[in-house]
Design a protein around this ligand. Structure first.
Ligand SMILES: *Cc1c(COP(=O)(O)O)cnc(C)c1O
Length: 444
């Protein structure tokens, strides 16, 4: 058995259609031994059951696992705080005054950005509002926002409140695009057509990178291009895309994006978020924004004078001083991404997700009690590490069966199981074992 690691996604796609999978443990183990990223599994702490058997964990799209290095990194900062008090800002091992900067280059590499375009700060939804303050400034003629129907609730609420905040009626502002009848995911042509149909009054096109429910990976480049063609900005919520896909935000000319660090980026519950603002906007000091002291030009920040001078780049959108403890954990995780490299992770991920699809469909074909359809696109270019299974019946019972078998997947009302094999710490053998658990389901 030979596994080829092709450098570019398009070669993989060709490769994958010829890939012959087998649903047995030996085959999965062979794939694992050829996996150049297999050692990263050792960097993470897996939950385990009461007999100390590690859990099969497929919930990295909701909360990634804890890197083993997190505790030490956090301890360094706690120790410095204890030893140095306020002096830690300048004399700690990692001076807190600059702490956000330690994360910038790594984050930029994860999302395909130039370092000047990225800053780690606040939390995802907070950051979206800050970015809307910059990129959603409705006028009488341009005020509409185009987005996907069924977006993550925080996106829906944030956008709705933006309309209300500007004294507008959300029903007149928000245009939601839904899948066609009988379909579960959006066609890119329908997204582009909707933008075209609203070309004179659209201010903002705002999408997720990967749809949290269906797992669809939107065509960020085409959506951005079309938004620009009609004179609108294009922004993305990358909660399910950062650390999952090989993004090229700068090259794709995306205006802005934000993501969280606790899903595929494995940085712990509710940890800090990341922000991208394209160079053409963030290096312009007159780009409007909501300001705070930490975004002030660094050299003169502590002169504490009236009159805001922004730090150049996305750093000029910071409000508050860096939350070091959260960032210390995020830093450990980002370093793993730096060495593994996002393009390698994506290559493995394509194959891992394809294998998951293969073993699940195999289980389904042999077990009449398994009545689901995978609503995530089957084309690797239109999905990341997640498969969403829509159940006709027995969905909840299947979920309970999986949970009883020491495995963690995710249940979404009313009838969807989401499974996300994370290429940093999931193996082909994990996937094959999960397939066996599915296969062993029986309706009582
Ligand atoms: C997870 C997720 C969020 C969470 O937002 P927080 O502000 O981090 O709580 C927001 N948007 C999307 C699309 C998500 O998947």
């Amino acid at each position: 058995m030979r596994i080829l690691y092709m450098p570019k996604t398009k070669y993989w796609v060709k490769f994958e259609t010829n890939m012959h999978f087998e649903n047995n443990q030996k085959f999965a183990q062979n794939l694992d031994s050829a996996d150049k990223l297999k050692q990263y599994k050792e960097e993470f702490i897996f939950p385990s059951n009461s007999d100390n058997v590690p859990t099969l964990y497929f919930c990295g799209n909701s909360l990634g696992l804890q890197p083993k290095g997190a505790l030490h990194s956090l301890q360094v900062e706690l120790t410095d705080w204890g030893k140095l008090g306020v002096e830690g800002h300048f004399h700690g091992n990692n001076p807190w005054f600059h702490y956000h900067k330690f994360l910038t280059d790594y984050s930029a590499n994860v999302v395909g950005a130039n370092p000047i375009e990225v800053v780690v700060m606040n939390h995802l939804t907070v950051n979206l509002h800050l970015l809307f303050a910059t990129f959603y400034r409705p006028t009488k003629n341009r005020f509409k926002i185009i987005m996907e129907a069924g977006a993550f609730p925080s996106d829906m609420y944030a956008i709705e409140s933006q309309a209300l905040f500007h004294g507008l009626n959300p029903d007149e502002v928000i245009i939601e695009i839904s899948p066609r009848d009988g379909e579960f995911t959006l066609r890119t042509e329908d997204i582009l057509d909707t933008i075209e149909q609203n070309k004179t009054d659209t201010a903002l096109v705002f999408f997720s990178g990967v749809q949290y429910y269906t797992g669809q990976y939107f065509d960020i480049r085409s959506i951005t291009q079309k938004a620009h063609e009609v004179g609108a900005f294009a922004g993305f919520d990358l909660a399910h895309a950062a650390g999952n896909l090989d993004l090229k935000l700068h090259e794709w000319d995306v205006d802005f994006a934000a993501w969280c660090s606790y899903k595929y980026l494995n940085s712990g519950p509710g940890n800090v978020g990341g922000v991208f603002i394209h160079e053409k906007h963030c290096t312009n000091p007159s780009t409007p924004r909501l300001s705070g002291w930490w975004g002030h030009q660094e050299e003169s920040r502590f002169l504490m004078k009236k009159g805001y001078i922004p730090e150049l780049g996305a750093a000029g959108w910071q409000l508050s001083n860096a939350p070091v403890f959260g960032m210390a954990v995020h830093l450990v995780s980002l370093k793993l991404f730096e060495t593994a490299k996002i393009e390698n992770l994506r290559n493995k991920s394509i194959q891992l997700t394809n294998y998951l699809q293969f073993v699940l469909e195999d289980a389904k074909s042999k077990n009449l009690d398994l009545d689901f359809n995978i609503i995530t696109p089957s084309d690797s270019n239109s999905r990341g590490a997640q498969l969403s299974l829509l159940f006709e019946k027995n969905g909840r019972a299947v979920f309970d069966h999986i949970t009883k078998n020491n495995s963690i997947v995710d249940w979404r009302e009313p009838n969807v199981i989401r499974i996300a094999p994370a290429p940093l710490y999931n193996s082909f053998e994990d996937v094959q074992k999960l397939g066996e658990i599915f296969a062993s389901f029986s309706k009582i």
